[in-house]
Design a protein around this ligand. Structure first.
Ligand SMILES: [Zn+2]
Length: 284
Protein backbone atom coordinates (compact mmCIF):
# COMPACT_ATOMS: atom_id res chain seq x y z
CA UNK A 1 0.00 0.00 0.00
CA UNK A 2 2.80 2.38 0.97
CA UNK A 3 4.85 1.39 -2.05
CA UNK A 4 1.90 2.07 -4.37
CA UNK A 5 1.37 5.42 -2.70
CA UNK A 6 5.02 6.32 -3.17
CA UNK A 7 5.07 5.09 -6.74
CA UNK A 8 1.99 7.15 -7.58
CA UNK A 9 3.64 10.24 -6.20
CA UNK A 10 6.89 9.65 -8.06
CA UNK A 11 4.84 9.46 -11.22
CA UNK A 12 3.22 12.80 -10.45
CA UNK A 13 6.58 14.33 -9.72
CA UNK A 14 7.76 13.23 -13.12
CA UNK A 15 4.71 14.54 -14.95
CA UNK A 16 4.83 17.87 -13.18
CA UNK A 17 8.35 18.67 -14.31
CA UNK A 18 8.11 20.03 -17.87
CA UNK A 19 10.59 22.37 -19.47
CA UNK A 20 13.72 20.81 -18.04
CA UNK A 21 15.24 19.23 -21.08
CA UNK A 22 16.93 15.93 -20.55
CA UNK A 23 16.10 16.00 -16.89
CA UNK A 24 13.41 13.36 -16.92
CA UNK A 25 15.90 10.54 -16.51
CA UNK A 26 17.59 12.39 -13.67
CA UNK A 27 14.28 13.04 -11.96
CA UNK A 28 13.28 9.42 -12.34
CA UNK A 29 16.65 8.40 -10.97
CA UNK A 30 16.34 10.79 -8.06
CA UNK A 31 12.83 9.61 -7.35
CA UNK A 32 13.93 6.01 -7.30
CA UNK A 33 16.89 6.77 -5.06
CA UNK A 34 14.65 8.71 -2.71
CA UNK A 35 12.09 5.93 -2.78
CA UNK A 36 14.69 3.36 -1.88
CA UNK A 37 16.20 5.40 0.94
CA UNK A 38 12.78 6.26 2.34
CA UNK A 39 11.78 2.62 2.26
CA UNK A 40 14.98 1.69 4.07
CA UNK A 41 14.25 4.22 6.81
CA UNK A 42 10.65 3.09 7.00
CA UNK A 43 11.59 -0.56 7.19
CA UNK A 44 14.53 -0.28 9.55
CA UNK A 45 14.52 3.18 11.11
CA UNK A 46 10.94 3.72 12.18
CA UNK A 47 10.40 0.41 13.94
CA UNK A 48 13.57 1.09 15.93
CA UNK A 49 12.42 4.61 16.78
CA UNK A 50 8.96 3.35 17.70
CA UNK A 51 10.49 0.70 19.93
CA UNK A 52 12.51 3.32 21.83
CA UNK A 53 9.94 6.11 21.91
CA UNK A 54 6.80 4.24 22.93
CA UNK A 55 7.76 3.85 26.60
CA UNK A 56 8.65 7.57 26.79
CA UNK A 57 5.23 8.90 25.76
CA UNK A 58 3.53 10.40 28.84
CA UNK A 59 0.43 8.53 29.98
CA UNK A 60 -1.63 11.73 29.89
CA UNK A 61 -0.84 12.23 26.21
CA UNK A 62 -1.68 8.63 25.48
CA UNK A 63 -5.02 9.03 27.26
CA UNK A 64 -5.91 12.05 25.13
CA UNK A 65 -5.13 10.14 21.95
CA UNK A 66 -7.36 7.39 23.26
CA UNK A 67 -10.23 9.82 23.72
CA UNK A 68 -9.95 11.06 20.14
CA UNK A 69 -9.60 7.54 18.78
CA UNK A 70 -12.64 6.40 20.75
CA UNK A 71 -14.89 8.81 18.84
CA UNK A 72 -13.43 7.56 15.55
CA UNK A 73 -13.95 3.93 16.48
CA UNK A 74 -17.62 4.45 17.22
CA UNK A 75 -18.04 6.28 13.91
CA UNK A 76 -16.08 3.93 11.70
CA UNK A 77 -17.41 0.70 13.14
CA UNK A 78 -20.93 2.04 13.36
CA UNK A 79 -21.13 0.40 16.70
CA UNK A 80 -23.31 1.52 19.55
CA UNK A 81 -22.13 0.78 23.04
CA UNK A 82 -24.18 -2.09 24.44
CA UNK A 83 -25.36 -1.40 27.95
CA UNK A 84 -28.20 -3.75 28.89
CA UNK A 85 -28.24 -3.49 32.68
CA UNK A 86 -27.47 -7.05 33.82
CA UNK A 87 -25.04 -7.61 30.96
CA UNK A 88 -23.18 -4.42 31.81
CA UNK A 89 -22.91 -5.49 35.45
CA UNK A 90 -21.42 -8.83 34.37
CA UNK A 91 -19.01 -7.13 31.97
CA UNK A 92 -17.82 -4.68 34.65
CA UNK A 93 -17.25 -7.63 36.99
CA UNK A 94 -15.29 -9.58 34.38
CA UNK A 95 -13.09 -6.63 33.35
CA UNK A 96 -12.59 -5.50 36.95
CA UNK A 97 -11.52 -8.97 38.12
CA UNK A 98 -9.01 -9.24 35.30
CA UNK A 99 -7.66 -5.74 35.86
CA UNK A 100 -7.22 -6.25 39.59
CA UNK A 101 -5.48 -9.59 39.11
CA UNK A 102 -3.19 -8.03 36.51
CA UNK A 103 -2.44 -5.09 38.79
CA UNK A 104 -2.67 -2.62 35.93
CA UNK A 105 -1.25 0.81 36.73
CA UNK A 106 -3.63 2.84 34.58
CA UNK A 107 -7.39 2.71 34.09
CA UNK A 108 -9.10 0.22 31.80
CA UNK A 109 -12.10 1.46 29.90
CA UNK A 110 -13.72 -1.54 28.22
CA UNK A 111 -16.82 -1.37 26.04
CA UNK A 112 -18.95 -3.89 24.16
CA UNK A 113 -19.88 -2.54 20.73
CA UNK A 114 -22.91 -3.79 18.82
CA UNK A 115 -20.84 -4.55 15.69
CA UNK A 116 -21.31 -8.11 14.43
CA UNK A 117 -17.69 -8.63 13.37
CA UNK A 118 -15.88 -11.17 15.55
CA UNK A 119 -13.14 -8.92 16.89
CA UNK A 120 -11.63 -7.23 19.90
CA UNK A 121 -8.87 -4.67 20.17
CA UNK A 122 -7.22 -2.09 22.37
CA UNK A 123 -6.46 1.58 21.80
CA UNK A 124 -4.02 3.94 23.54
CA UNK A 125 -5.13 5.03 26.98
CA UNK A 126 -6.35 1.60 28.09
CA UNK A 127 -9.46 1.49 25.92
CA UNK A 128 -10.58 -2.01 25.06
CA UNK A 129 -13.34 -2.88 22.62
CA UNK A 130 -15.14 -6.16 22.42
CA UNK A 131 -17.46 -6.60 19.45
CA UNK A 132 -20.75 -8.37 19.93
CA UNK A 133 -19.83 -10.64 17.02
CA UNK A 134 -17.04 -12.19 19.08
CA UNK A 135 -19.22 -12.41 22.17
CA UNK A 136 -21.81 -14.40 20.18
CA UNK A 137 -19.14 -16.83 18.94
CA UNK A 138 -17.96 -17.55 22.47
CA UNK A 139 -19.12 -20.66 24.34
CA UNK A 140 -18.15 -19.63 27.87
CA UNK A 141 -16.81 -16.73 29.92
CA UNK A 142 -13.26 -18.15 30.05
CA UNK A 143 -12.97 -17.64 26.29
CA UNK A 144 -13.88 -13.95 26.59
CA UNK A 145 -11.80 -13.53 29.75
CA UNK A 146 -8.74 -14.80 27.85
CA UNK A 147 -9.36 -12.35 25.00
CA UNK A 148 -9.79 -9.40 27.36
CA UNK A 149 -6.62 -10.44 29.19
CA UNK A 150 -4.81 -10.54 25.83
CA UNK A 151 -5.97 -6.98 25.07
CA UNK A 152 -4.84 -5.88 28.53
CA UNK A 153 -1.46 -7.30 27.59
CA UNK A 154 -1.36 -4.95 24.60
CA UNK A 155 -2.32 -2.07 26.91
CA UNK A 156 0.37 -2.87 29.47
CA UNK A 157 3.03 -3.33 26.78
CA UNK A 158 1.80 -0.14 25.07
CA UNK A 159 1.79 -1.91 21.71
CA UNK A 160 -0.81 0.45 20.27
CA UNK A 161 1.38 3.46 21.13
CA UNK A 162 4.26 1.77 19.33
CA UNK A 163 2.01 1.27 16.32
CA UNK A 164 0.92 4.86 16.41
CA UNK A 165 4.50 6.12 16.39
CA UNK A 166 5.46 3.62 13.74
CA UNK A 167 2.62 4.51 11.37
CA UNK A 168 2.72 8.19 12.24
CA UNK A 169 6.47 8.20 11.66
CA UNK A 170 6.03 6.52 8.32
CA UNK A 171 3.57 9.07 6.97
CA UNK A 172 5.64 11.87 8.46
CA UNK A 173 8.65 10.72 6.43
CA UNK A 174 6.55 10.39 3.30
CA UNK A 175 5.31 13.91 3.98
CA UNK A 176 8.85 15.22 4.33
CA UNK A 177 9.85 13.80 0.98
CA UNK A 178 6.85 14.96 -0.93
CA UNK A 179 6.06 18.14 0.96
CA UNK A 180 2.67 16.91 1.99
CA UNK A 181 2.17 16.78 5.69
CA UNK A 182 -1.42 17.93 5.81
CA UNK A 183 -2.85 16.34 2.69
CA UNK A 184 -3.07 12.72 1.81
CA UNK A 185 -0.35 11.59 4.18
CA UNK A 186 -2.49 12.91 7.02
CA UNK A 187 -5.34 10.77 5.73
CA UNK A 188 -2.97 7.86 5.36
CA UNK A 189 -1.97 8.47 8.96
CA UNK A 190 -5.54 8.64 10.21
CA UNK A 191 -6.79 5.55 8.43
CA UNK A 192 -3.80 3.37 9.05
CA UNK A 193 -2.96 4.34 12.58
CA UNK A 194 -6.10 4.41 14.62
CA UNK A 195 -7.40 1.01 13.77
CA UNK A 196 -4.25 -0.67 12.76
CA UNK A 197 -4.42 -3.45 15.25
CA UNK A 198 -1.86 -5.47 13.38
CA UNK A 199 0.90 -5.85 15.87
CA UNK A 200 4.15 -7.61 15.30
CA UNK A 201 4.45 -11.31 15.87
CA UNK A 202 6.44 -10.58 19.03
CA UNK A 203 3.77 -8.23 20.36
CA UNK A 204 1.09 -10.87 19.79
CA UNK A 205 3.16 -13.58 21.44
CA UNK A 206 3.79 -11.33 24.44
CA UNK A 207 0.09 -10.45 24.75
CA UNK A 208 -0.74 -14.17 24.66
CA UNK A 209 1.86 -14.83 27.36
CA UNK A 210 0.30 -12.06 29.46
CA UNK A 211 -3.14 -13.62 28.99
CA UNK A 212 -1.91 -17.12 29.88
CA UNK A 213 -0.26 -15.85 33.06
CA UNK A 214 -3.33 -13.87 34.08
CA UNK A 215 -5.69 -16.81 33.56
CA UNK A 216 -3.38 -19.02 35.63
CA UNK A 217 -3.35 -16.38 38.35
CA UNK A 218 -7.16 -16.51 38.39
CA UNK A 219 -7.11 -20.30 38.59
CA UNK A 220 -8.52 -20.70 35.09
CA UNK A 221 -7.21 -22.29 31.91
CA UNK A 222 -6.00 -20.22 28.96
CA UNK A 223 -7.06 -22.98 26.56
CA UNK A 224 -10.62 -21.70 25.94
CA UNK A 225 -9.26 -18.50 24.39
CA UNK A 226 -7.30 -20.53 21.86
CA UNK A 227 -10.41 -22.53 21.03
CA UNK A 228 -12.39 -19.34 20.45
CA UNK A 229 -9.68 -17.98 18.16
CA UNK A 230 -9.67 -21.14 16.09
CA UNK A 231 -13.46 -21.06 15.86
CA UNK A 232 -13.19 -17.53 14.45
CA UNK A 233 -10.23 -17.81 12.08
CA UNK A 234 -10.34 -21.49 11.09
CA UNK A 235 -7.12 -23.32 10.33
CA UNK A 236 -4.69 -20.69 9.12
CA UNK A 237 -2.00 -23.05 7.97
CA UNK A 238 -4.35 -24.34 5.28
CA UNK A 239 -4.54 -20.90 3.75
CA UNK A 240 -1.77 -19.64 1.57
CA UNK A 241 -1.42 -16.11 2.88
CA UNK A 242 0.93 -17.21 5.62
CA UNK A 243 3.90 -15.27 4.27
CA UNK A 244 1.84 -12.07 4.24
CA UNK A 245 0.67 -12.44 7.78
CA UNK A 246 2.73 -11.07 10.63
CA UNK A 247 0.54 -12.82 13.14
CA UNK A 248 1.37 -16.09 14.78
CA UNK A 249 -0.78 -18.91 13.38
CA UNK A 250 -3.95 -19.53 15.35
CA UNK A 251 -3.06 -23.23 15.47
CA UNK A 252 0.26 -22.41 17.13
CA UNK A 253 -1.42 -20.07 19.59
CA UNK A 254 -3.97 -22.75 20.49
CA UNK A 255 -1.19 -25.34 20.84
CA UNK A 256 0.62 -23.10 23.33
CA UNK A 257 -2.58 -22.46 25.30
CA UNK A 258 -3.34 -26.18 25.31
CA UNK A 259 0.13 -26.82 26.66
CA UNK A 260 -0.59 -24.31 29.43
CA UNK A 261 -3.92 -25.95 30.22
CA UNK A 262 -4.28 -26.69 33.94
CA UNK A 263 -7.18 -28.05 35.95
CA UNK A 264 -9.12 -25.04 37.25
CA UNK A 265 -8.50 -24.11 40.87
CA UNK A 266 -11.20 -21.45 40.97
CA UNK A 267 -14.75 -21.05 39.71
CA UNK A 268 -15.27 -19.17 36.43
CA UNK A 269 -15.16 -15.40 36.98
CA UNK A 270 -18.80 -15.18 35.91
CA UNK A 271 -21.64 -17.41 37.08
CA UNK A 272 -23.80 -19.05 34.42
CA UNK A 273 -26.47 -16.38 34.88
CA UNK A 274 -23.92 -13.59 34.60
CA UNK A 275 -22.51 -15.16 31.46
CA UNK A 276 -25.97 -15.38 29.91
CA UNK A 277 -26.56 -11.74 30.84
CA UNK A 278 -23.27 -10.70 29.24
CA UNK A 279 -24.20 -12.53 26.04
CA UNK A 280 -27.41 -10.50 25.93
CA UNK A 281 -25.75 -7.16 26.63
CA UNK A 282 -26.63 -5.85 23.16
CA UNK A 283 -30.27 -6.91 23.34
CA UNK A 284 -32.84 -4.32 24.28
ZN1 LIG B 1 -3.39 -9.06 19.86
Amino acid sequence: MLATELAARCLQLDVDSPGRKGSTARIVGWSLAALVSILLVVIYGVPLAAEQLAPLVPQSFENRIGQVADKQVRLVFDGKACEAKDGQAAFVKLVGTLRDAAGLPGPVDATVLSNEVANAFALPGGKIYLFNGLLQKAHNSDEIAGVLAHEMGHVVHRDNMRNLIYNGGTSFLVGLLFGDVTGSSAILFATRTMFDTTYTRTAETNADAFSIELMHKLGRSPKPMGELLLRVTGNEKDKNFSFLSNHPFTEDRLALMQKEDRPPTSRPILSDEEWMALRSICKK
